[in-house]
Structure formats: structure tokens, C-alpha cells
Design a protein around this ligand. Structure first.
Ligand code: CTP
Ligand code: MG
Length: 231
């Protein structure tokens, strides 16, 4: 069973504080977005990449995709994003070849997801219909209110959630529509399944390397990760 992927690149990258969208910033000679683009190109189970972009960056990204696709067969569709991540995902869902297909949703700002993780996630979603990548939290987490610690949250059950997140298109479309009716915005796709769906979401152990590039220091960590992978 193959899958389609919605690759999100339509944000602003505000917290990165750079002069352009962070997915276009160069990380050791390659734009951030090209890393995950290539990983999906190299997965034989990936049958369609839906790249969600800002309107004024579409030409640039189309040129980049053309360069990257010379030897690859997986088709890429470029669609426009929305004002919120969730709306960008929804625009991507409208471009699925077949809503009955499995769909993965991935942040273009996470360049380091690898094929082994895609494979594990893909296997799990076929078993359980909903599966996401993540890692157990390493830090002690406390709930704080008005500068005062309220409690220490037991860490054993806490996970940091990553992307890709994998579902069946029909399930994800249904919960996105319900969320839209209530103007509910979730911070990831699984949260919509949790709130509006009746499917348990399975956790798949990812890697601490699968970081999201969010603030400037993440670029330094990203460089170190690329260098280690190359050596
Ligand atoms: N994203 C998107 N459409 C939006 C907002 C975000 O496609 N309206 C994408 C981003 O391009 C990114 C991913 O969703 O790949 C995760 O979002 P985030 O890390 O928050 O990126 P930005 O929204 O671009 O960054 P910031 O919140 O700092 O502005
Ligand atoms: Mg954002």
C-alpha cells in the first residue's frame, strides 16, 4: 500500500528571525526543504508529494523541485498554503490523488526524518489507521502559572511529538472538516483525530535528530547533524 505526502512549506518562519522563509535557508549548501523532499523521493512507497507553499514562493520552489526530480519519478503537485498550518494541511488534502490513500503530513522545517522512520510509520499506519512519530521527553517538565511552579508532571508518559504523522485520507479530511466547523485550531493533525475522531493514535519511536528548525540556534544544531550524517 503506497502513500501520498503533504509537505508543508507555507509558513513565515517568524521565530527564525531570518530575512526569508526558513525552509529556503541554506543548511550546508542546500535549502532546508530539499532535505525532506529528497527523503520522500527516495522512498519507493511514496507515490505523490504535495508541496504546500506560499504563493510568492511557488516559482522558486517549482524550479528547485525540477532540479531535484531529474532522476526521480514521484510526481510533485504544488499548492498554496493558508494562514494557519491547519489550513495549509487542508489545502494539501484537497490535492490527494485518492482520499482512500494513506497520507503522511510532514513539516518542511524537519529536514532530518529518515527512510527507516518513514518505513516504521508506514507499517504502523497500515495496522492501526493513525500513527505519529515522537520521542520520550528528556527534561523534567513542570506546570507553571504566573511564575510559580504548580506541579512536576510525571515524565514517564510524556512524549515530544514530531512529523510525519500518518492517517488515511478519508479519516483526516473528516476531522479537518469538523474542526473547521468549530473554528478549532490544533497544533498538529493527530490532535484533530484525538478530538474529533474515534481512532486511537499509535506512537512510533522516532529519533532525537528529527528536530524542527524553529529558532536560530536550531540551524547550528542542524549543521552538526548534517555533518555527522556525512562523515
Ligand atoms: N506551515 C504552513 N502553513 C502555515 C504555517 C506553517 O505550511 N500557515 C508549515 C511551515 O512551513 C513549517 C511547518 O508548517 O514547515 C511547521 O510550522 P512552524 O515550525 O511553526 O513554521 P512557521 O509557521 O513557518 O514558523 P513560525 O511559527 O516561527 O512563524
Ligand atoms: Mg508557525
Amino acid at each position: 500500500l503506497d502513500y501520498e505526502v503533504i509537505l508543508l512549506a507555507a509558513g513565515q518562519g517568524t521565530r527564525m528571525g531570518a530575512s526569508r522563509n526558513k525552509i529556503l535557508l541554506h543548511l550546508i549548501g542546500k535549502p532546508v526543504i530539499s532535505y525532506s523532499l529528497n527523503t520522500f523521493f527516495n522512498d519507493p512507497a511514496c507515490k505523490h508529494i504535495i508541496l504546500v507553499t506560499q504563493e510568492d514562493e511557488q516559482e522558486l520552489l517549482a524550479t528547485m523541485v525540477k532540479k531535484e526530480t531529474k532522476k526521480k519519478r514521484c510526481p510533485v503537485t504544488i499548492v498554496s498554503g493558508g494562514s494557519e498550518r491547519q489550513y495549509s494541511v487542508y489545502n494539501g488534502l484537497n490535492a490527494l490523488i485518492d482520499p482512500e490513500n494513506i497520507v503522511m503530513v510532514h513539516d518542511g522545517a524537519r529536514p532530518f526524518v529518515n527512510l527507516a522512520q518513514l518505513k516504521a510509520l508506514h507499517r504502523k499506519v497500515q495496522e492501526t489507521r493513525a500513527a505519529i512519530l515522537g520521542v520520550p521527553v528528556k527534561d523534567t517538565i513542570k506546570r507553571v502559572f504566573n511564575g510559580i511552579v504548580q506541579e512536576t508532571v510525571p515524565r514517564e508518559t510524556l512524549w515530544q511529538i514530531q512529523t510525519p504523522q500518518a492517517f488515511y485520507g478519508t479519516d483526516l479530511i473528516a476531522v479537518h472538516k469538523l474542526a473547521q466547523q468549530e473554528n478549532y485550531l490544533g497544533t498538529d493533525d493527530a490532535s484533530l483525530i484525538e478530538k474529533y475522531g474515534d481512532l486511537p493514535v499509535s506512537m512510533v519511536l522516532g529519533s532525537y535528530e528529527n528536530i524542527k528548525l524553529t529558532t536560530p540556534e536550531d540551524m547550528l544544531i542542524g549543521e552538526a547533524i548534517v555533518k555527522r550524517k556525512r562523515s
